[in-house]
Ligand binder design. Sequence first.
Ligand code: FMN
Length: 365
Amino acid sequence: MSHNTFGHLFRVTTWGESHGPALGCVVDGCPPGIRFTLDEIQAYMDKRKPGQSRFVTQRREDDIVKVLSGVMLSEDGTVMTTTGTPISMLIENTDQRSKDYGDIARRYRPGHADYAYDLKYGIRDYRGGGRSSARETAARVAAGALARKVIPGVTIRAALVQIGKHRINRANWNWAEVDKNPFFCPDAEMVPVWEDYLDTIRKAGSSIGAVIEVVAENVPAGLGAPIYAKLDQDIASLLMSINAVKGVEIGEGFAAAELSGEDNADEMRMGNDAQPVFLSNHAGGILGGISTGQPITARFAVKPTSSILTERQSIDADGNNVDVRTKGRHDPCVGIRAAPIGEAMVACALADHFLRDRGQTGKTR
Ligand SMILES: Cc1cc2nc3c(=O)[nH]c(=O)nc-3n(C[C@H](O)[C@H](O)[C@H](O)COP(=O)(O)O)c2cc1C
């Protein structure tokens, strides 16, 4: 199962499985001299880790990151400074329960990767899904935390904007609310609605999809390049690489199809400081594949979790018709924990493009 690496200059390789002893990442190409603390990495890991509310999987993992290489530790042991060599980060798996997966060892969960993995590789780690498990995304979040340090001043935040048919009221958007509820929801009024809704879904042993929005602010203008290194192309690719993601939009996305040229045009004027000002941001901060300095906005849709308690028709590895009911600990809505993962992927894309831009133009922006 090759292709475990993404990025060009900020290059991330992830390794490890859901039910192995550990997983992690190697970040190659991180510039030397970047200072960070473990607490800074851990803060993002804590946002993604399982078991934090009844609305996510009850697997218990502390997701403590160990940095194995690529840094010099300060004498007091608190600050790490990158040396420019590969940075290896490790996260132990401490709460595996392989027996939960005995029933699906030879049965394919409809909607999951089981059938496709067996078909292609002839071998499948059924214990938690191996590499198809979103445990792997813990390593991406560690890499993303480091990526943020490569692009200081850039703020990258994600919020859940839709669960099932329940969309937030964008007029109520308040970033301060996002960390106050278990859904990363920016609309305080939607929180009780989602609570009731997800309780019903969860108790029925079912699952539901969601939409997450990622916003990156203070991104320098000039990142990205025509034609095969468009910033939106790379952001979309990395968001699409997240498990269960079925759609990605930048700016207006699919809604742009309903707009007229007049409505969609982001008009410009010169501001008082002799800098251009955009009067709207339908483009989501990217024109011609290059960042304009406006906030970058991306949304991604995740499908409902395929591991559900309701019996569904499928087949097994011997070609028999079977009914599959998935027990074990699963996320009833994977969109919740996908929010910090989306942030991490955007951070990695921006760090990579920041370094590529500096390499080509010599500008530090
Ligand atoms: C944060 C997160 C948590 C997930 N948790 C589960 C889970 O508990 N059970 C499950 O069946 N799928 C879960 N998934 C989705 C599967 O990993 C995904 O559906 C599977 O790898 C197949 O890939 P695909 O959906 O992209 O085709 C999760 C995804 C994310 C992003």
